[in-house]
Every structure is written in structure tokens, then in C-alpha cells.
Ligand binder design. Structure first.
Ligand SMILES: [Zn+2]
Length: 313
């Protein structure tokens, strides 16, 4: 090997090593000192829950998944630290922190919020106090401060896209549109063909209650985006892992419900008539919580469609 090539090879090897060993992200830093003395409401997930089940299980390679209190989030373990999504509850956060430390000998370096609903982001403050950087969409900041939530104010925010590189692994964050809240983001794990798509995605399950914090157009746009991704593992934030085929069903369900409600409203039906006339497919009738959420789903869609009718004022 000629000396010049030899030196170039060494330089390349050194830069590769250096690159993979450094935590990097292109988020916008938040000056958290501005919020140091903010008012906070009591944390409804803080009461100790020593007997409640919580799990950290392998999905594929270095990709794991946490479950606690009916909530789920992906956890990527790298040699430099872990990247954890939605700790969900303060009462189990320290358990996850210690479990990751004991099993993999690494700290949690990043905590990502899928969206600012307190039942998903609780416990984040435990990791932030331990040195983790908390990441969220830019629309997450206002409700955390405004609603006086006891969870961590983010250290990094972003608008459309953000990339985190840690220990040779990459995580891509993407904001599609307002969908379920206006701070909902999609989290892609390209090395694993996996996606975190909390609450908008489902797995043969009825969407939550009456579509709280809902934006129909962006919800469908988000599910269409999901169907365009090269992924075969989807974590919907609750229940079992799903696939893109399951998300096609979730998309078709919400579009069909919207179209039926709009059609019945245009026929002049009152709520009392309308809710009896919405039809559900045999497939949807088998979904979890069908009986509990069927009428609530119609009601949420009725509210959305009524608020967005055109041509009648
Ligand atoms: Zn939610």
C-alpha cells in the first residue's frame, strides 16, 4: 500500500470510529432555564405501582419494546446508550432506567415523545434528571407548559424532520400533519424496518373513544404516509405489534366512517337517526373494544364532520 493511500485509510477509519461514537442530532435546542420555575400540576402516574406489570422485551436485534399500564414504546439499545419512546408512567420509569442499565450497561441518552398526551409522556422527567435529552415536535412545548404538565420540557424540538445518530444506529423522526393531536410524530428505525406510530395506528382495535384531539385530514394523510414506508413492524402505542396490512385496515375504517357520517348528515339525518344507521363491516365488528367504542367513534366523527360541513351556515 502506497503511503498516501495508507494515510487516507487511517484517516477514514478514524473518522468512521469518531462518527459512530458520537451522539448527534439535528434538533433545535430548547433553553429549558426559561421554564425552571414553572408551575406544575400533580403527576397522576407518580403513585408507586410496585405490583403492576411492566416489560422490556426484544423485538429484533437491538430493538426492544417497553410495556406499562397498557402503553407501549420502542427502545433502541446502542453501545453508547438507549433511545426510548414514551415512558408512559412515572411509577415504572425508574424500573426501565435500571433494567436498561443492568441488562445492557448503558444509560438512556434520548427520550422521544410521540405526542403530548400525558398518558404517553409521563415518567420522562426521571430520565431527564438522569441526563437524557428529551425530544419532541415543536408543537409539544406549548401544551406541556400551558397545561402545567409535570413531565419534562423537551431539550430538543423540530419542525418537519429530525435525525438522531447514536452508537452506530440511526433514528428518523418525521412530522406528517396534525392527526391525533398536532404534536404527533412518526419515528422510523431504518435498520429494523420498524415504525413507532402511536394512537393513529392500531391493530384490529377501535380508535380511542370519541376521537379526542382529532384532525381528520391529517389523520388519513398520516396513515397514507405509513403505508408508503418500507416497514414491516409497527408499534401502535397500545396492544400487540402491527404490520402495514393492519394499518391499511385502520385507514379504511376511519375513511369509511367519515364518508358514512357525511352522507347521512347530507341526507338530513339527526344524531338520533344517524348513529343507528352507520354500518360496520364484519371485520371491524371483531376488533377489540368494538362494543365499548362503536357509538363513541360515531359521535367523534359526527362532531368533526358537523364542524367541517361546507355549504350550510
Ligand atoms: Zn394520545
Amino acid at each position: 500500500m502506497k503511503p498516501v493511500h495508507y494515510i487516507a485509510s487511517i484517516a477514514l477509519a478514524v473518522s468512521l470510529l469518531a462518527g459512530s461514537a458520537v451522539a448527534e442530532d439535528n434538533g433545535i435546542p430548547v433553553d429549558r432555564s426559561k421554564y425552571a420555575n414553572r408551575e406544575m400540576l400533580p403527576d397522576f402516574t407518580a403513585t408507586p405501582c410496585p405490583n403492576d406489570p411492566r416489560t422490556l422485551t426484544q423485538v429484533k436485534g437491538n430493538l426492544y419494546r417497553l410495556t406499562t399500564g397498557g402503553h407501549t414504546g420502542l427502545v433502541l439499545i446502542t453501545r453508547e446508550g438507549a433511545i426510548l419512546v414514551d415512558p408512559a408512567r412515572t411509577c415504572t420509569a425508574a424500573w426501565f432506567r435500571d433494567e436498561i442499565k443492568n441488562k445492557f450497561q448503558v444509560p438512556v441518552k434520548y427520550v422521544i415523545y410521540t405526542h403530548v398526551h400525558a398518558d404517553h409522556i409521563s415518567g420522562s422527567q426521571v430520565f431527564q434528571q438522569d441526563g437524557a435529552l428529551v425530544v419532541a415536535h415543536k408543537n409539544a412545548l406549548e401544551p406541556i407548559v400551558g397545561e402545567k404538565l409535570a413531565m419534562a420540557v423537551p431539550d430538543r424540538i423540530f419542525d418537519k424532520d429530525m435525525k438522531i445518530t447514536l452508537g452506530g444506529e440511526t433514528v428518523l423522526l418525521h412530522y406528517v400533519a396534525p392527526s391525533h393531536s398536532n404534536s404527533m410524530i412518526m419515528i422510523l428505525y431504518p435498520g429494523y424496518k420498524a415504525l413507532q406510530c402511536t394512537d393513529v395506528c392500531g391493530n384490529h382495535s377501535m380508535p380511542f373513544n370519541d376521537f379526542p384531539d382529532f384532525y381528520y385530514d391529517g389523520y388519513v394523510e398520516t396513515l397514507d404516509w405509513v403505508l408508503d414506508q418500507d416497514v414491516d413492524i409497527v408499534d401502535p402505542g397500545h396492544g400487540p405489534l402491527a404490520t402495514k396490512a393492519d394499518e391499511k385496515l385502520a385507514r379504511d375504517y376511519v375513511v369509511d366512517l367519515h364518508d358514512q357520517v357525511l352522507d347521512l348528515l347530507r341526507k338530513g339525518q339527526s344524531w338520533d337517526e344517524l348513529y343507528r344507521n352507520v354500518q360496520f363491516s364484519d371485520e371491524v365488528k371483531k376488533w377489540s373494544l368494538y362494543n365499548e367504542r362503536r357509538i363513541l367513534n360515531i359521535m367523534g366523527m359526527y362532531r368533526w364532520v358537523s364542524n367541517h360541513r361546507r355549504g350550510e351556515w
